[in-house]
Ligand binder design. Structure first.
Ligand SMILES: Nc1ncnc2c1ncn2[C@@H]1O[C@H](COP(=O)(O)OP(=O)(O)O)[C@@H](O)[C@H]1O
Ligand SMILES: CC(C)(COP(=O)(O)O)[C@@H](O)C(=O)NCCC(=O)O
Ligand SMILES: [K+]
Length: 279
């Protein structure tokens, strides 16, 4: 079995993949905001032959994790952001500073589309772009939905809401504190994604397919009118592209690849962009 780990700043996700059949056998997530309970909730390592890791949490978390896992599994691959990989050139001034989850999403997104815009809705909402010629442009980082709510809790006396509370993130004006925050935060995320995506396509004179991933992607996707595809396993797919182990992965078939939607028409988008620029 292959154990894939996606260690984020809020949740650490894991996935068990059958090395022979490429099928996903189990998956799980555990809370890592406070501390990483190394080994907690991880499946039985006796059936694991190889591990692939994406880590954006603290370096010592990674070192603890690898030390713990190495006792039981010899073959461990840790992904790092590099200047170049799989024909893609990292657009960061210091390539290794790019979050490895962002880098992996760019690698798998490019393999699927040949050039795209990737959005990862996690602790932070990140957006990256990679052109058909393989050049990663860099991207944007804004606080994720939960962090935006928690920042209000931190900075105000009375805007204290439970970020766990699952509410309909509508666009109507909120008539209580909870709705006012949830609708506002939701709108901020959607507006930022729309505007940044349109500016990117306008500046590059092409409409790039839009791929969304991350724990809050289902919520964000419901508010996005732009043609886009959700790919929950996009970061894992970057691990598969970087460290192909199964027959399918070696053929470039990545787990859970979505149907790529035809992107919006550039002329239409430019009209909408002209209007938003007037706001
Ligand atoms: N099982 C879960 N428990 C708690 N929050 C979840 C869960 N699944 C998705 N979420 C939502 O997804 C967010 C975390 O998304 P994720 O992409 O895993 O973040 P990161 O990779 O930054 O740790 C949480 O803030 C929450 O809003
Ligand atoms: C921006 C991030 C925190 C997002 O991580 P996540 O929301 O998945 O926890 C992560 O990509 C990161 O640590 N990046 C390093 C800084 C950068 O990408 O510029
Ligand atoms: K993430």
């Amino acid at each position: 079995m292959i154990l894939d780990l996606d260690i984020g700043n809020t949740l650490s996700k894991w996935r068990l993949k059958d090395r022979r059949t490429s099928s996903i056998r189990a998956r799980g997530a555990m809370w890592t905001r406070d501390e990483w309970r190394s080994g907690a909730d991880i499946p039985d390592l006796d059936i694991v032959e190889v591990i692939r890791i994406s880590n954006v949490a603290r370096q010592d978390v990674l070192e603890d994790t690898v030390r713990l896992l190495k006792r039981r599994v010899g073959d461990i691959h840790v992904a790092h952001s590099t200047a170049e990989a799989l024909g893609i050139r990292n657009g960061y001034e210091t390539p290794e500073r790019l979050g490895v989850d962002r880098w992996l999403g760019v690698l798998s997104g490019y393999q699927l589309t040949g050039g795209c815009c990737t959005v990862d809705c996690g602790s932070a909402i990140t957006m990256d772009a990679v052109l058909p010629n393989g050049q990663h442009l860099g991207g944007y980082i804004i606080p994720g939905l939960r962090l935006m709510k928690e920042s209000l809790k931190l900075g105000t006396r009375k805007v204290v809401i439970d970020p766990e509370e699952e509410v309909l993130h509508a666009l109507s004006p909120g008539t209580n504190t909870g709705d006012a925050v949830n609708h506002g935060v939701f709108m901020a995320a959607i507006s930022a994604i729309n505007r940044l995506y349109m500016e990117l396509c306008d500046s590059q004179n092409m409409t790039l397919p839009l791929l969304i991933t991350g724990g809050d992607a289902p919520l964000i996707s419901r508010g996005l009118r732009l043609p886009h595809a959700c790919w929950p396993d996009m970061v894992y797919a970057g691990l598969e592209a970087l460290f192909p182990l199964t027959v399918e992965e070696k053929r470039g078939v990545l787990a859970g690849m979505p149907e790529v939607m035809a992107p919006a028409d550039l002329a239409e988008m430019r009209k909408a962009l002209a209007f938003t620029r007037m706001l």
